[in-house]
Design a protein around this ligand. Structure first.
Ligand code: SF4
Ligand code: SF4
Length: 76
């Protein structure tokens, strides 16, 4: 499932569009980015982590939720 941008929090900085490795966002200066290619999202979470306004929400597909491991919980 593609990310959701909460327009009420978005500051239009464009970081999500810059950071997304799949280029799914289209961003015009001064506007909230638009999810242009939702089917291309591979749920890497970079847009969520790098949004300075915490405006991006990612809804993981069920199979991702089952298999997901939080890297912070891994110890050598
Ligand atoms: S990174 Fe966050 S604040 Fe910046 S444009 Fe994207 S959603 Fe908006
Ligand atoms: S989760 Fe990754 S691939 Fe999907 S929109 Fe965000 S940065 Fe792009």
């Amino acid at each position: 499932m593609p990310p959701i941008i909460h327009a009420d929090r978005c500051t239009h900085c464009g970081m999500c569009a810059t950071i997304c490795p799949m280029n799914i966002f289209k961003h015009e200066k001064g506007q909230t980015p638009r999810v242009a290619y939702p089917e291309e999202c591979w749920h890497c979470n970079a847009c969520v982590l790098d949004c300075p306004a915490h405006a991006v929400e990612l809804r993981l597909p069920l199979n991702y939720m089952v298999l997901h491991v939080d890297a912070d919980t891994l110890h050598a």
